[in-house]
Write a protein that binds this ligand. Structure first.
Ligand SMILES: Nc1ncnc2c1ncn2[C@@H]1O[C@H](COP(=O)(O)OP(=O)(O)O)[C@@H](O)[C@H]1O
Ligand SMILES: [Mg+2]
Length: 214
């Protein structure tokens, strides 16, 4: 999936977050977005998700301006190509990991007879094949984030948007997550856009970096 920001300005009332931002994220890129708290990292992710609209300018996904799409089904189609993970995992606590993933697959209309084999594949990808029958409360932070990634991956997205996914993880678990994201990027050419303020990742890995400041 190609993501383009064309002269994007974003204001929240009197607060200006972006002014004339031009940006191109190519299919298959692995990109870090960094910058201090309040610099607009989450706003950038939310604009790709069409949850926050630019004040002016355009976010263009695979050549289509989001603001010009009128058909809700078209928005849904783009949304299905996009997996998201957050700092706080956002799993449903009274469903097992397996059920959390099954629900995500069901919502996008994944063929019912393929759901169970798809769950098996993704839990292996994130190394949770021995834990997927448990509830979120029974997993560690690192496992929860991998479960959340499994759910995002299950629908075979073209892009994974990860907003501070390591924010609640210790360094070992954070690095495990980054390694899995790298594997997915290399194996499936999934585009990865990850926000972080951890300079260790950025300095140790040779990835493209978008630095936000005031
Ligand atoms: N819904 C909102 N309403 C008003 N201001 C907001 C809203 N969301 C974010 N902001 C402001 O926009 C700026 C960027 O926020 P955000 O994108 O969350 O930054 P980051 O993720 O880098 O911490 C901050 O000054 C924040 O207070
Ligand atoms: Mg944020």
């Amino acid at each position: 999936m190609e993501i383009v920001f064309d002269k994007v300005t974003k204001n929240y009332g009197p607060i200006n977050v972006f002014r004339d931002l031009d940006l191109k994220i190519k299919a298959g890129d692995f990109i870090f977005v960094t910058g201090p708290s309040g610099s607009g990292k989450s706003t950038l992710i939310k604009m790709i998700l069409n949850q926050v609209k630019p004040s002016s300018g355009h976010v263009i996904i695979d050549g289509q301006k989001l603001s010009e799409i009128k058909d809700k089904r078209e928005i849904d189609r783009i949304r299905k190509k996009t997996g998201v993970i957050f700092q706080d995992f956002q799993l449903i606590n009274d469903l097992t990991i397996e059920e959390n993933i099954a629900l995500a697959l069901d919502i996008v209309g994944y063929p019912a007879d393929k759901i169970s084999s798809r769950i098996n594949e993704v839990v292996k990808l994130v190394k949770l094949q021995h834990r997927y029958f448990l509830f979120p409360s029974q997993l560690s932070g690192g496992e929860l984030q991998r479960a959340s990634l499994a759910r995002a991956l299950s629908v075979e997205p073209e892009v994974i948007l990860a907003d501070e996914p390591t924010g609640n993880l210790d360094p070992t678990n954070a690095w495990n997550l980054i390694k899995i994201l790298q594997e997915i990027n290399e194996k499936f050419k999934t585009t990865i856009v990850m926000t972080t303020h951890n300079m260790d990742f950025i300095e140790s890995l040779d990835k493209k970096v978008i630095k936000l400041d005031k």
